[in-house]
Design a protein around this ligand. Sequence first.
Ligand SMILES: [Fe+2]
Ligand SMILES: [Fe+2]
Length: 465
Amino acid sequence: MAKITFITDTHYYSKTLGCEGEAYMLRSDSDQKCLGETDEIITSAFEHIKKTDCDAVAIIGDISNDGERVSHEEFRQRLYNLKKDKKICLITATHDWCCDENPRRFDGDKVYNDVPVMASDELYDFYSDFGFGDAVSSYKTHIGTYSYAVDIGDNITLLALNDDKNEVNHAGFVPEHFEWIKEQVKSAIKRGRVPVAMEHHPLYPHISPLLKGSCVAKGMEFLDALADAGLQFIFVGHTHIQRIDEHISPNGNRIFEINVASLVGYPAPMVTFSVDDNEFSVTTEFLKEFTMNGKTVDAQKYLKSHAEKLLSVVFDSADDKKMLKKRLTALGINPKKIIDNYLIIKPLLNYIHNLDIKKAGRIINAFTFGKAVPKSSVNTYSHKKVLDIVVEVFLSALDGSINKYGVNHEYYKLVQGAVSTPYRIGKKLRLNEKTVNTLKMLYEATDEILTGGKWDNHNLIIKRG
Ligand SMILES: [Fe+2]
Ligand SMILES: [Fe+2]
């Protein structure tokens, strides 16, 4: 029996980069994950993992905030500490060498870019004590990063795959790299071991193909080929959402892709995979608490309220034109059009901010001749605001639908009634096919979030055949 605990997207942020002042506040509030608290969260998670019986800890990339040298150095110290009790295998990803070339530190209301960063070809040596060094085989990519295979416990071979760049600069693998990966899967099986892979970017479009844009090129083709080679489990990160999905290749081979959410944002999961003679199992734990300034903090409450802020700050700034502009810019939204039309935008934001379900239901049903949202659903949730529900659905996407709603639940009918309205109208107005399809995918995505999809997104037991 072997056991690996997967964590990902630790985005370690050194406090020396600034944790105070307006510039930091704008940056921190515009991110679902925490920034200034990463040390406390990671340290508490490592302390927790130390006490568990896993054979190894695997980290699926984006280990530093944005490739800052100081963040890597501090994070590596935490790894050396964890290594006293646990074997560690990690891969790096694009945030570990600052692929956006926009490293930042924050001081007062100023942002500075004079932050030394790590280059992609330095990472292998820097982290050689954490998996690379024990590899049974490794592959050097054209940007100087590595994929490697390492044996864990008595029956698992972990394939740690670096998919930062393919031949056209997209996340993925060049053909030679992919051949090496298939060989490792087959070689592990030949040696009587269970191959399990991790790579940073998902191959499968979890929740919706609408999210696929940022992930691996030809992801499904890779997934087919990996399933056909004999791989049954692959763990990924990047999206910061928790999800388990299956994929069956045209040849009938099944593979599960487990998307692990960020450790430093809600819901801070630690996902353990184990193999014994009879079954494969995946179990998910969420970080319960962390210590900050000597006090114990309820991690789930803290992380949840931080994630909620991401949506609320814009509406909260509606009456302050200057702040609204700063908030939008921090979120990566070009504020020009919105600020140019501030006289219209301000009352609109305030209207949406205060819009309750009763009023919204009436509006939607006026457009759809009473067909979209049942009265019973509106009455059940009339006490809520629209934004409350938007936040709940967002959190549910992150946490792998801890709260599930079947298709007959009033909550499901309410949300889907509202989300399907643009699609219904788009179809009636005969908008172009691409737009109508996108609108359809939107309500298919919310269906996936509300119901939780086919599989439990936290726990899975599969009999070995
Ligand atoms: Fe990330
Ligand atoms: Fe990422």
